[in-house]
Design a binder for this molecule. Structure first.
Ligand SMILES: Nc1ncnc2c1ncn2[C@@H]1O[C@H](COP(=O)(O)OP(=O)(O)O)[C@@H](O)[C@H]1O
Ligand SMILES: [Mg+2]
Length: 432
């Protein structure tokens, strides 16, 4: 590469970056400079924490709600603000296992890790000892142990997450006997009763819960306004931010993804050397959906991939959103390069796909064998088709559908076009 060419690239990239006065304002791993709304939720967190003044805190509070609703940010914000609180914040995604969590807590408290041979009980003892020492030396009134992404340890099939939670709660009780107040906040996507905790633990942890609702359009707009002023160093067209908030509200109510959407839109605008516009939000939304979907789809098994493709074909080709288990099952062998799975297994796979967030189901009309389940893709079928096999999708779905739609719109009832119409219609019905 010649120097002039490199120079050209450097200039171009520099120019693209000029749109941002401070791009780190779009980095969602940084805490926001200002918290928007969430007065109720903050009130509840504060309520549980300030019980320390009566020496009577509950041992465990569960914060739950969908991702990007401000759970981690707000708990940190409140705990950091109240000087009497010592916060130990851990993200269990980094730990993965029960024993990993013990080490994570120890490391957060400036202690070395243990080896798994030393066992969970010794680990818990070390944690308790460290908390006692820390609280004595720091002159704090309440120790808060935050277990963020709490869901993760329930995938640890070798450890015993339920027992671990029980022992943590026991530890909190023992600390109290030593006049050291402590409490645990778990943060998860779902309500705790969805997780595999045994009754002994359930009765012990009680039901102190705080639910975080997805953000409304207005709340998302405020979060975006504040971030964008910092990032661009100037006010940008409110129409653009409103569109971004609307997209986010309709799709997820997730503040993190809303900020990402604005950032990617700005990057696309910068590449085109234009002011950010509503069109850029649309392209960015497509881009982000594609990225996310690509990750999900590439992790699917072969059969699940084919089932997803069948639904994409039916949804797109037939302009029909809902499809019964049987109709999907009947079509699926046509797309398969292997032995089909049985009906029961097929239903399980549909269920797994629903859990992965690609589909939703509803109980449809009553057939002669009882109520039928129907499924619908929640993502754009075109994006699914293109991700799985773009060439195949264009040849076998997009083109025939265009033919059909064209013939249909002509409303022909005779002549050579009518033959084409009949042919495509037949294809559409038999194929899809
Ligand atoms: N009320 C809020 N005000 C300002 N920024 C927020 C607010 N809620 C969330 N955010 C921002 O959105 C992103 C996601 O929030 P986070 O607390 O990580 O959500 P959760 O833990 O529920 O997944 C973070 O970058 C955070 O700064
Ligand atoms: Mg979080």
């Amino acid at each position: 590469m010649a120097d002039t060419q490199l120079n050209h690239i450097i200039n171009k990239v520099e120019n693209e970056k000029k749109i941002f006065a401070n791009k780190s304002a779009f980095d969602t791993s940084n805490p926001p400079s200002k918290i928007i709304s969430r007065v109720n939720e903050v009130g509840k967190i504060v309520g549980y924490i300030l019980d320390y003044k009566q020496q009577q805190v509950v041992p465990l509070v569960s914060i739950y709600g969908r991702s990007g609703t401000g759970k981690s940010t707000l708990l940190k914000y409140v705990c950091d603000y109240i000087p009497e609180v010592k916060l130990c914040f851990t993200n269990l995604r980094k730990a993965k296992t029960v024993f990993g969590t013990i080490n994570l807590i120890l490391n957060q408290l400036d202690q070395p890790s243990l080896t798994s041979a030393q066992g969970m009980n010794l680990g818990l003892e070390k944690i308790r000892e460290t908390i006692l020492n820390t609280m004595k030396s720091k002159n704090k009134k309440l120790f808060v142990l935050a277990l963020d992404e709490f869901d993760v340890i329930f995938y640890d099939k070798r450890g015993n997450p339920s027992d671990f939670v029980y022992k943590l709660v026991e530890m909190v009780a023992e600390l109290k006997e030593k006049c050291c107040l402590a409490m645990i906040f778990t943060i998860s996507n779902n309500i705790l009763s969805d997780y595999d905790l045994d009754d002994r633990v359930r009765s012990r942890i009680g039901n102190s819960e705080i639910f975080f609702k997805p953000y409304t359009q207005e709340e998302t707009l405020k979060i975006l306004q504040q971030r964008s002023e910092e990032a661009f160093g100037k006010k940008i067209d409110d129409k653009v931010l409103k569109e971004c908030a609307r997209f986010s509200y309709l799709e997820h109510g997730d503040a993190r993804r809303a900020v990402d959407l604005l950032r990617v839109s700005a990057e696309i605008a910068a590449k085109e050397n234009k002011e950010i516009s509503v069109e850029h939000i649309k392209s960015a939304s497509k881009q982000l959906q594609k990225d996310r979907l690509g990750e999900v789809i590439s992790s699917l098994s072969y059969h699940s991939k084919v089932i997803t493709l069948v639904l994409a074909v039916k949804t797109y080709g037939l302009d029909d959103e809902w499809h019964t288990t049987k109709s999907i099952f009947d079509s699926y062998p046509k797309y398969l390069d292997a032995e089909p799975v049985g009906y029961r297994r097929f239903s399980e796979l549909l269920n797994d796909l629903e859990n992965s967030g690609l589909l939703v189901s509803k109980t449809g009309s009553k057939g002669h064998k009882g109520y039928k389940s129907e499924y619908s893709l929640v993502v754009d079928p075109e994006i699914v088709g293109e991700l799985i096999d773009k060439e195949w999708w264009n040849e076998n779905v997009v083109k025939p559908k265009a033919n059909f739609d064209e013939a249909d719109s002509l409303g022909v009832t005779s002549g050579p076009l009518f033959d084409l119409y009949k042919q495509v219609k037949k294809h559409r019905q038999s194929q899809w």
